[in-house]
Design a protein around this ligand. Structure first.
Ligand code: ATP
Ligand code: MN
Length: 481
């Protein structure tokens, strides 16, 4: 007998009545001692397997319980019931791995509605639920779409280091990497730790961004992108921050800020279109899930559009582009501001708070927004100084329900200006000699941005907590699994 399994996705798409098949998966439900709902993760859909219980050992059927793993050999037949075109008439059934009902009862596998918090506590089992299998299949599809997009556009995928010796990346608190004895580290005469004796002969950290290295490659290969893990020890326990997340950072020689914005907008639209085209079943499930969630919110907090319509909206509408200075004007003129509804004050020079960004996106413009030309003091040292001497060629993309999803800029390509900026930001030029070197040998305008992968996944799945779009979230006080 042919024992090679056919995946459920293939059976449902192209299985023929009369075909003999083997299917393997996990039991989602077993009803009337007759109908097995089997799922193998290849699709959100189950296949129904029908057992003629009179011809099967009772002892064996008792082990067919929710969560158990089965191998079923049988024949594809037209389904009598509603909801599926074909089903499997079971010839032989083997329990590959049992799941005791008493144990299953305590888990997320028990078929009923569970809170996302409870699901997070069982991150090792939440893959077995429809919601999380859908999220993680889409997460895969988006990762693939990103590589495809850049490959099709002639970008080169660049692997930048995860352990970094530069602490000038300027994007937040870093995690130190060391193999020194924590109880008895070598000390300098002044009592500080002597990192010269550490593994790399210096103090090193986990990367907060691959951008500086990507710039080096972009000024030779032309256009590159990174896609790797990123670490920030920021103690912000929000629904949008992880200590370990994934970031995509394209960097393009000869691009200015406008071209950078065009690339970002095209790229984000492509991802949305890819998910619509390739993840229909999972997206429909999450769309309905999101609709139910929205129903439970107060009227004024509900999304006007359903998830699928939100993706279409992004694809079909131009992003609203305006400068930081214009955005401050908009905020100051808003009734929201006049009625003192913002918690944080608004004036030129502030770092916009999440409430300000969300107001612009969700209340004022009701579409994705690209803000540009921020005050130089609140942005990184490498961003290109504008002629007004006060602002830099920065851009942030703000998405409804998410806030900032992309941060980018045109980079400062002029050596003297860059050196002056290092001084202003108290960055030691000697530490960054390799970065400054690019400005010495054929320097060119160039630009790039960073997309937070998980924030994008939040947008396309409708999940509202970033912990629910990464398999094993790392957040303050939490590194279980
Ligand atoms: P935020 O203000 O939201 O903390 P940031 O300004 O620190 O973001 P950047 O340094 O510009 O962000 O990083 C680029 C992108 O990486 C952000 O637009 C966001 O999508 C994502 N990102 C940044 N920090 C985190 C984090 N802690 N967890 C998940 N994604 C993040
Ligand atoms: Mn941050």
């Amino acid at each position: 007998m042919n024992t090679k399994r056919t995946k459920i996705v293939d059976l449902l798409n192209s299985g023929k009545v009369g075909e003999k098949i083997v299917v393997k998966g996990w039991v989602r439900a077993f009803r009337s001692n007759r109908f097995i709902q089997l799922n193998d993760g290849s699709t959100i859909k189950n296949i129904q397997a029908v057992v003629d219980f009179e011809s099967f050992d009772e002892e064996l059927l008792r082990k067919v319980t929710t969560g158990a793993a089965l191998s079923i050999a049988g024949i594809l037949v037209e389904s009598q019931g509603a909801g599926q075109a074909i089903e499997v008439k079971v010839d032989t059934l083997e329990v590959l791995g049992a799941a005791h009902p008493e144990d299953v009862q305590k888990t997320v596998m028990q078929p009923k509605k569970h809170s996302l918090e409870f699901l997070r506590e069982q991150a090792h089992l939440r893959f077995r639920t429809n919601t999380f299998s859908a999220v993680f299949r889409i997460r895969h599809a988006v990762a693939f779409a990103i590589h495809k997009y850049f490959n099709d556009q002639g970008f080169f995928y660049l692997h930048t280091p995860i352990i970094t010796g530069s602490d000038a990346e300027g994007a937040g608190e870093m995690f130190r990497v060391t193999n020194l004895d924590a109880l008895n580290p070598p000390l300098n005469e002044d009592g500080t730790v002597n990192y010269k004796e550490d593994f790399f002969g210096k103090s090193v950290n986990l990367t907060v961004s691959g951008q500086l290295e990507a710039e080096l490659a972009a000024t030779a290969l032309g256009q590159v992108y990174t896609f790797g893990p990123t670490f920030r020890a920021e103690n912000s326990n929000t629904s949008r921050h992880l200590a370990e997340f994934w970031m995509i950072e394209p960097e393009v020689a000869f691009n200015d800020l406008t071209e950078n914005m065009n690339l970002t907008e095209d790229f984000l639209k492509y991802i949305c279109q890819y998910v619509l085209d390739n993840c229909a079943d999972d997206l429909q499930f999450l769309n309905d899930r999101d609709a139910t969630e929205q129903q439970q919110k107060p009227q004024n907090e509900r999304n006007e559009l359903a998830l699928i319509d939100r993706l279409k909206f992004v694809i079909n509408n131009d992003f609203k582009r305006l400068t930081y200075t214009e955005a401050i004007e908009v905020l100051l003129n808003s009734s929201h501001y006049k009625k003192k509804k913002f918690k944080y004050d608004v004036k030129w020079g502030i770092d916009l708070q999440s409430e300000h960004e969300r107001y612009l996106v969700e209340k004022e413009f009701k579409c994705p927004v690209i803000l540009s030309d921020y005050p130089k003091e609140i942005k990184a040292f490498y961003m290109r100084q504008n002629d007004d001497q006060k602002t830099v060629a920065a851009m942030d993309v703000l998405f409804p329900g998410i806030g900032e999803i992309v941060g980018g800029s045109q980079r400062e390509e002029r050596m003297e200006v860059l050196k002056a900026k290092c001084k202003d930001f108290d960055i030691d030029e000697k530490e960054l000699w390799w970065y400054l070197d690019t400005r010495k040998f054929g320097t060119v305008p160039h630009a790039g941005f960073g997309l937070g992968f998980e924030r994008m996944i939040m947008f396309v799945t409708g999940m509202t907590n970033i912990r629910d779009v990464i398999p094993f979230p790392r957040t303050p006080q939490n590194a279980e699994f």
